[in-house]
Design a protein around this ligand. Structure first.
Ligand code: GLN
Length: 271
């Protein structure tokens, strides 16, 4: 049976992701079945991986809850640790925390030990496209053009539509118990457990940064000043990352003709 990859199919770039995955598989000469996922039975059949497309994360979590898919998705990502890729709203769903979330909160799947800042660049009409140098595309056969032996890949056309960025690495907040002797034994145990968990959890790898901070977002700039923040003003914003089985991008590779990131992800999960 060929490996099966699902695309969560409540809204957003479902068809576009499915087409890009099929094209990417063909370019790698791999047999892959790509299916739409709206039920836990469909999710269960995705033995190779799952894509959570962009759209609206509040809608995605509501739809997943209503279809009884939120817990199975958490299990898929965090217990079974199958490969998952979230784009834009999908990245929000895969983060442990989101700022600028809806007032009554929004349920996330989690899996990435980060906080995302929703709608970081503003409204729909502030959407933009920019060329990114993505170092992680250099290493594999994702570079399919004739310059594959050179050290640089052509820039990737990245589309940002009310996109989030990662504004905090949560694991960075874990303190060393020895350094804080005023803690009681229970607190020390808690920290020890967190440290143990951290050992089990692979580290967050930052894969791409959008240079320069978008000045219009004061809240994010303020958040960036907090301790543990990973993108201080001017240093750029994290827009692609990976933590073990979970990969996330702020932008939408499925909305361009460039399939290099789909090819790269397939190479990671099918090898
Ligand atoms: N801003 C949207 C959200 O918060 C995401 C936008 C997108 O996926 N293009 O869910």
């Amino acid at each position: 049976m060929s490996p099966t990859i699902g695309v969560l199919a409540f809204q957003g770039g479902v068809i576009e992701h499915m087409q890009a995955l099929k094209k990417a598989a063909a370019s790698l000469q791999k047999e892959v079945t790509v299916i739409e996922v709206r039920s836990s039975a469909e999710l269960e059949s995705c033995n190779a991986g799952l894509v959570i497309p962009g759209g609206e994360s509040t809608h995605l979590s509501r739809a997943a809850r209503e279809c009884g898919l939120l817990e199975p998705l958490r299990e898929y990502v965090k217990v079974k640790r199958r490969p998952v890729w979230g784009t834009c709203a999908g990245l929000i769903m895969l983060s442990e925390e989101a700022s600028a979330a809806k007032k009554d909160g929004q349920e996330l799947i989690g899996g990435l030990d980060v906080r995302v800042h929703r709608n970081h660049f503003g409204r729909q009409n502030e959407s933009f496209m920019t060329d990114l140098d993505l170092d992680f595309l250099r290493s594999g056969s994702a570079i399919t053009n004739e310059s594959s032996s050179s050290s640089s890949a052509p820039p990737f056309p990245a589309m940002f539509i009310r996109a989030p960025v990662v504004d905090k690495l949560l694991a960075a907040q874990i303190h060393d118990p020895e350094a804080t002797p005023e803690q009681n034994p229970a607190q020390q145990q808690q920290l020890q457990d967190k440290k143990e968990n951290k050992k089990k959890n692979p580290a967050v790898e930052v894969l791409a940064i959008l240079p320069g901070r978008h000045a219009s977002n004061k809240a994010a700039a303020a958040a960036a000043g907090e301790q543990g923040s990973v993108s201080p003003e001017g240093a750029g914003d994290i827009i692609a990352l990976r933590q073990g089985n979970v990969f996330g991008t702020s932008f939408h590779p499925e909305l361009t003709d460039d399939i290099r990131i789909h090819v790269w992800w397939l190479e990671q999960i099918l090898s």
